[in-house]
Design a protein around this ligand. Structure first.
Ligand code: ZN
Length: 332
């Protein structure tokens, strides 16, 4: 474990000393405006929030004992250069600054990608501006913009940045830019093994980031290819990632396990929107016991090797835990 990772992981584990033994990260979607709460229909219990309500929800999550959050931004305007992503006054930058100012002890992680900010919805910028028919990502320029985005998040107060664009060399580019700009201690969590998955459907509603043309199979991983996934994990570690991630979770526990056996870098798993939506839908119908299913899933992810679990269930799990602790106290 390198020095950033030790700091990042102890940041989580220190806070969660009395927790359930999972280092939970709760995702949030932040939008422009004031007093805005726009529920995501396919993800019951999750809403897009304006910065003011976001800060209140993060304070509640902290009070429940959730040790960390990851922030996604939905900007007012999108353009071909994803300007909103690295704008010092952008939505994520303002949200991070507001939380760091108002909520003590919360570890704030930011998602570093361009897809919420590009008008075409891809994770990088294009070589040609009007390229719908014959599109190609401009890798070099994309890396510069991803690095600028990460630096702007760190400048706003982010405790950790998490590049999710799956662009080759992104961790190295971000690590170098952080060093150069005085944020050498900011840890980087790579979305290292990110598969081109149908389980992301509800997220794209939440983040309004579905590609307008083409798909992401040119830069995300093929679900059959666990070897390539492990190679990407190794590459991220070589480039300086402090934590590496497998995404999605349940359908890829074997990849998590292989990564755990092969590498010593701490592992995170992203229990994604589709996984959450399936549990919520079945529970709403009375077909499964939501609490038992979620805790069983978390146990499986931990058993497979995850040190950190990013999940939309994070607040629920901590609430259940508080309820059961209160019940135990009553019994005594
Ligand atoms: Zn993206």
């Amino acid at each position: 474990m390198n020095k950033h990772a030790a700091g990042a992981v102890s940041l989580l584990t220190d806070i969660e000393k009395d927790g359930p033994g999972y280092n939970l990260v709760m995702p949030f979607f932040v939008v422009e405006g004031k007093g805005v709460r726009k529920p995501v229909v396919s993800m019951p219990g999750i809403a897009q929030l304006s910065v003011d309500l976001f800060v209140k929800e993060v304070a509640k999550a902290r009070a429940l004992g959730v040790p960390a959050i990851i922030v996604f931004g939905i900007p007012k305007k999108k353009d071909s250069q994803a300007r909103g992503a690295y704008d010092p006054d952008g939505i994520v930058q303002r949200a991070v600054a507001a939380v760091k100012k108002n909520v003590k002890g919360m570890c704030v992680i930011t998602d570093v990608c361009l897809c919420e900010y590009t008008d075409h919805g891809h994770c990088g910028v294009m070589k040609k501006s009007d390229a719908a028919a014959d599109w190609a990502i401009d890798l070099e320029h994309t890396l510069e913009l991803l690095a600028a985005t990460a630096v702007s998040h760190a400048a706003a107060g982010a405790d950790m940045v998490a590049p999710s664009a799956m662009m080759k060399g992104q961790v190295r580019a971000i690590r170098a830019a952080l060093y150069k700009n005085g944020f050498s201690r900011t840890p980087v969590m790579g979305y290292s093994a990110k598969f081109a998955s149908a389980f992301y459907g509800p997220f794209r509603d939440a983040a309004e980031s579905a590609p307008k043309f083409g798909d992401r199979t040119s830069y995300q991983l093929d679900p059959v290819d666990d070897r390539k996934a492990l190679a990407r994990v190794a590459a991220d570690i070589a480039q300086g990632a402090d934590i590496v991630m497998v995404k999605p979770g349940l359908a890829y526990l074997d990849v998590l396990r292989q990564a755990k056996d092969k590498f010593t870098t701490p592992l995170a798993v992203y229990n994604v929107s589709g996984e959450y939506a399936m549990v919520k839908a079945a529970a709403a119908n009375g077909w499964i016991d939501e609490k038992k299913v979620v805790l069983e899933e978390f146990t499986a992810m931990k058993r497979a090797g995850a040190k950190i679990i990013i999940s939309y269930h994070a607040c629920d799990v901590m609430r259940w835990r508080q309820d059961s602790l209160a019940l135990e106290r009553k019994k005594k």
